[in-house]
Design a protein around this ligand. Sequence first.
Ligand SMILES: [Zn+2]
Length: 128
Amino acid sequence: MDQKKLQFFKKRLFEERDRIVASLTHHEVEIESATSSRSAEFEEASRLDKDREYISGLLTMDTEELADINESLKRIDEGTYGKCVDCGNDIPEPRLEAMPSSLRCLDCQKLNEDRQDFTEESPVAPII
Ligand SMILES: [Zn+2]
């Protein structure tokens, strides 16, 4: 990938990172304000618990994306950006343009997601 393209993706990644950091800060404030209203009535408290759960879910998603972005930035510096972390093939540029933090080609991404689905869905066998 030429330098001009790399600089373009680097800029996109930095912008994306700023956006996520801002959103993380925002959600953290929400969690704090939900936590500080602990003395609320029971119904109110359980609603707040649900809110907190929802916000924590968002936080996890943001944190994961942030990790991918940091990894992508590292790979730009190392000169391996745009190569799939699993199979080493080039990730198609339109895919990178749509999501600059993509670390895998479509095939590997799909395999990866299937694996995750499998782990999440498979019930934990009780140990007797
Ligand atoms: Zn791949």
